[in-house]
Design a protein around this ligand. Structure first.
Ligand code: HEC
Length: 194
């Protein structure tokens, strides 16, 4: 009887572990091969944990961005932010202009904030986990003369602030000077502003 109970317990534990592993499991050989359905499974699996983590240490953006305008229909892999699935939210100040996804003559209003969730996909470990929340805030040239008026910030999955040089982010974002240094989500997932 005792033996049976033990076996049942072990069995249950194994099943629980499998269920947990399954929803973050990655079976593809390349992150660009993840299809819409697979991405949605990963996002559904991690979305609550993700928002709780970013808010954990009280970071202002990390605690509020989920109420903002969503700019894509689902997370997508672009490539520049590593092997990550990305999903950007725009605050009230930014949303109208950002959602036009214009390529030229863009000048985002001061106070614009973009917050981008990420899911890190490890092909080697065959697993996905929450990645950092990447943030850009338009503060204007007086406050951020070296980065064309933008401040870069980041929140780790445990809620702590990320440490990095502003130039690390801006050196790459400076490639999009015509769209006020915004690179936008990949075209196939952009929401229309209509
Ligand atoms: C190697 C190039 C590169 C680097 C370095 C980089 N980014 Fe980006 N970033 C991109 C691209 C490309 C996109 C658009 C792709 C997407 O969101 O799907 C983007 C999008 C963003 C967005 C959404 C707003 C937008 O541009 O549409 C934020 C916020 C952001 N990055 C923050 C950061 C922060 C913070 C850092 C530094 C820690 C950083 N980025 C470093 C290339 C880069």
């Amino acid at each position: 009887m005792k033996k049976f109970a033990l076996a049942a317990t072990l069995c249950f534990a194994a099943a629980a572990t499998t269920a947990q592993a399954d929803c973050t499991a990655v079976t593809v050989e390349d992150q660009f091969d993840l299809d819409e359905a697979a991405i949605n499974v990963l996002y559904d699996c991690l979305r609550d944990k993700m928002a709780e983590g970013y808010a954990k240490a009280g970071h202002e953006v990390g605690s509020t961005y989920r109420d903002w305008a969503i700019t894509a229909t689902r997370p997508a892999v672009e490539g520049s932010h590593g092997n990550r699935l990305l999903l950007t939210f725009a605050n009230d100040v930014a949303a109208e202009q950002y959602l036009k996804f214009e390529d030229e003559g863009v000048n985002m209003p001061i106070g614009s904030v973009l917050a981008k969730e990420s899911i890190t996909v490890s092909i080697k470990k065959k697993k996905a986990r929450v990645g950092p929340l990447f943030i850009m805030t338009k503060v204007g040239l007086d406050e951020a003369p070296d980065t064309d008026g933008w401040l870069y910030d980041g929140v780790q999955p445990n809620g702590k602030k990320m440490k990095f040089k502003q130039s690390f982010c801006h050196n790459c974002h400076s490639g999009w000077s015509d769209s006020d240094f915004l690179a936008y989500p990949v075209e196939e997932v952009r929401v229309s502003s209509e």
